[in-house]
Design a binder for this molecule. Structure first.
Ligand SMILES: Cc1cc2nc3c(=O)[nH]c(=O)nc-3n(C[C@H](O)[C@H](O)[C@H](O)COP(=O)(O)OP(=O)(O)OC[C@H]3O[C@@H](n4cnc5c(N)ncnc54)[C@H](O)[C@@H]3O)c2cc1C
Length: 399
């Protein structure tokens, strides 16, 4: 009997790969190893409905417990893979147990970036990435009146919406000149900023953080200007970094993420990778890309599973993403980097519009606000226009 396929990381990508392997008829041994103590779950509700208490824990889980038994997926939760021996085709668990694999998928995701400043370890200072983060955050949210959020990205702004909805005094501190600067155009930033201001959120832009103050527990955030933002809860939401230590220590190529080719192959034989932890080549966007999105985690995991079974795979999808803030759904199709003009269709005043990004005549991306039909149309248009203009990538070696 040949060795099993092993998947390291039981998150969105790891689960999707296991599911795809079974759907495609792979009947051999399949071990899914995750260091969190939970069944595989979805993260987006952690900063939205689940944080608000509007969603039961059961609905977070991607598959019910019985699914793992019925599909013979050997889920090892609460189990950390300590090392990977690529040549020997083994992984070693923290317990010391060694497991051999025929093929390995690394889907280790990202972790929340820490802020290396004084006071960052005080009680009441949080990051938000896992289900285990939520109970202490909720307890703190119930107890405090003033909330400060460091970082005006998606998780920071979604958290601001929830905290403002609970009647808290919320201040967002952002180092850039506008919120969500790295992913959307000024028009979309401005719309969302006005939305937050209308809910009473204070937004401090172009502002660094000097330290976090408190004796025994956090009492405020001291800005670079010297001003103090009082807060009983501080969320550090300054991005995430890919979990690549396992791959790096095993000698796999890592450059801001685990480098894979269009078939999700790493630089080591029989090792694929998928999800937030990877950087992959995109002919569609003309560069290497690392993403943190459910679309990418799921689609790349599907592609990796197919490639592991020997199918000819070329992963280069139209990318998409969403964010929920108050009653607004922002959806983004494509990647806007490199745009030279935008066109708006609809009305920001009525909270329903589409903003298209172009480079010359080429449509790159579309942000839609409360316009799901236009989002779906945009994805279709991007897929069609790119398939006319984009040559498929030549096979690219990652070794
Ligand atoms: C609060 C929040 C809100 C989000 N909202 C959205 C959204 O609205 N829309 C959207 O598209 N995306 C959203 N995302 C991003 C999305 O959830 C991620 O892109 C997706 O979860 C990535 O899946 P993954 O499998 O690559 O990584 P993960 O889901 O992070 O899974 C990786 C798993 O591997 C485990 N692991 C790591 N190292 C080891 C090891 N050595 N041994 C065993 N296990 C290990 C990790 O603990 C983790 O459980 C959100 C993320 C967060 C945190």
């Amino acid at each position: 009997m040949s060795d099993p396929i092993i998947i390291v990381g039981a998150g969105q990508a790891g689960l999707k790969a296991a599911e795809t392997l079974r759907q495609k008829g792979y009947e051999g041994g399949l071990i899914l190893i995750g260091d969190e103590p939970f069944f595989p779950y979805q993260r987006p509700p952690l900063s939205k409905a689940y944080l608000k208490g509007e969603m039961d824990e059961d609905r977070l889980f991607l598959r019910p417990p019985a699914w793992f038994e019925s599909t013979s997926v050997d889920l090892r939760k609460g189990t950390r893979v300590a090392s990977l021996e690529a040549e020997a085709h083994t992984v070693t668990l923290e317990s010391g147990e060694e497991l051999s694999y025929s093929k390995l998928l690394i889907a280790t995701g990202t972790r929340a970036r820490k802020l290396p400043i004084e006071g960052a370890h005080l009680p009441g200072v949080f990051t938000l990435r896992t289900m285990a983060d939520i109970a202490p955050i909720r307890a703190s949210l119930e107890a405090v009146d003033e909330v400060a959020i460091v970082g005006g990205g998606y998780i920071g702004m979604e958290f601001a919406a929830v905290a403002a909805g609970l009647g808290k005094t919320v201040t967002v501190i952002e180092a850039c000149d506008r919120i969500l600067e790295r992913s959307v155009a000024p028009e979309t930033s401005e719309f969302l900023q006005d939305l937050h201001l209308s809910h009473g959120v204070r937004i401090k832009l172009g502002t660094g953080v000097a330290r976090i103050d408190g004796e025994g527990a956090v009492s405020g955030v001291v800005l670079a200007s010297g001003e103090t933002v009082p807060a009983g809860l501080v969320l550090i939401a300054v991005g995430a970094e890919p979990v690549t230590e396992l791959a790096g220590a095993a000698g796999l190529r890592v450059e801001g993420g685990i480098v894979v080719d269009e078939a999700c192959r790493t630089s080591a034989p029989d090792i694929h990778a998928a999800g937030d932890c990877t950087v992959f080549p995109s002919a569609r966007y003309g560069r290497m890309i690392r993403l943190e999105s459910v679309q990418n985690a799921c689609d790349q995991a599907r592609a990796a599973a197919a490639a592991m079974l020997g199918e000819d795979v070329s992963y280069d999808p139209v990318l998409w993403f969403w964010s929920d803030q108050y009653d607004v759904k922002l959806q983004i199709a494509g990647l806007s980097q490199g745009y030279d003009r935008t066109e708006i269709d609809g009305s920001p005043e009525e909270a329903s519009f589409a903003l298209s990004y172009f480079a010359g005549d080429r449509l790159l991306a579309v942000d839609t606000v409360n316009a799901p039909r236009q989002h779906m149309m945009a994805r279709k248009m991007l897929a069609e226009s790119d398939s006319e203009t984009t040559p498929k990538p030549a096979r690219q070696a990652v070794a």
